[in-house]
Design a protein around this ligand. Structure first.
Ligand SMILES: NC(=O)c1ccc[n+]([C@@H]2O[C@H](COP(=O)([O-])OP(=O)(O)OC[C@H]3O[C@@H](n4cnc5c(N)ncnc54)[C@H](OP(=O)(O)O)[C@@H]3O)[C@@H](O)[C@H]2O)c1
Length: 254
């Protein structure tokens, strides 16, 4: 079973906010060392200070890096760490009609949510296979399960993350390396305000999402969908309706 063991190193992309920040707090309690990556230095330092205040005997490193840019430069900066677990969490969405959104936003989204997530997974998988331990959590979304009008590129990037992660789970389990896809529904973070989207409806707390995700990962689960309504949405709607019916419905109401 994969476990977050004392003294191991965990790399968390998007550790400066939301789900990634909460992973940092909950994993610090398990006495693992952390590498937190994001672009916002001030927020990273804040997370660093919040953890250091607790006096855990762990190392915490922060790296300011735009993970939608040249990922090889980033890999050079982390190459000397013996990383045991990777949480590929950094990601963003952008709400709006496809034709009205700058194509540069989509290019950045695909680089971050797909291309560089894949390169980081590839880089670490090879190292973990040699060690025959550790693993990767890739953060997808319930948006992966439905074609979402006005969130078309975002939902497609998350479908990629879902399929990629589960396939990788099946490939790497023979090497004792675990891969899990985390597919949250609406979670209370800065995601929506940053996605050009109105905040409405019910949200899960980051604490619940992350607590469940860590438990599921340590139980060797390939997929974790937090929350009953999100699980039901996945299992029921996917079984009952075709993707076209779902997309047409969401085109009207989402
Ligand atoms: N919140 C939800 O309802 C929800 C639901 C399903 C899935 N998700 C997924 O959960 C993940 C985390 O999102 P969140 O909800 O926690 O939102 P958030 O509060 O906006 O956090 C996003 C994190 O990603 C980092 N990030 C974004 N672009 C980056 C870049 N170019 N380079 C480096 N880091 C970057 C941000 O750091 P900086 O700002 O410092 O760069 C931040 O730490 C995302 O993959 C998102 O798609 C969220």
């Amino acid at each position: 079973m994969p476990e977050f063991n004392q003294g191991e190193w965990v790399l968390i992309t998007g550790g400066s906010s939301g789900i990634g920040e909460e992973f940092a707090y909950q994993l610090a309690k398990k006495n693992v060392n952390l590498i937190l990556v994001g672009r916002d230095k001030e927020r990273l330092v804040n997370v660093y200070k919040n953890i250091k205040q607790k006096n855990y005997s762990i190392d915490v490193k922060t790296i300011k890096f735009d993970l939608s840019s040249d990922i090889d430069i980033f890999i050079d900066t982390i190459n000397h760490f013996e990383i045991d677990h990777l949480i590929n969490n950094a990601g963003f969405g952008w709400y709006g009609e496809f034709i009205n959104v700058e194509h540069k936003i989509y290019e950045k989204m695909i680089s971050l949510n797909i291309t560089n997530l894949t390169t980081l997974s590839h880089y670490l998988s090879k190292k973990l296979v040699e060690k025959k331990k550790g693993g990767i959590i890739n953060v997808s979304s319930v948006a992966a399960f439905f074609p979402l009008p006005r969130f078309s590129v975002y939902s497609a990037t998350k479908t990629y993350v879902h399929n990629f992660s589960i396939a990788l789970y099946a490939e790497l389990k023979k090497y004792n390396v675990h891969v899990m896809c985390l597919a949250p529904g609406k979670t209370k973070t800065r995601f929506f305000e940053r996605a050009n989207m109105e905040n409405k409806g019910k949200y899960m707390s980051v604490e619940k999402v992350v607590k469940g995700a860590i438990k599921a990962y340590e139980k060797d689960k390939p997929l974790y969908i937090p929350g009953l309504s999100n699980k039901l949405a996945y299992y029921l709607i996917k079984k009952l309706f075709s993707d076209t019916v779902i997309a047409n419905y969401l085109e009207k109401y989402f």
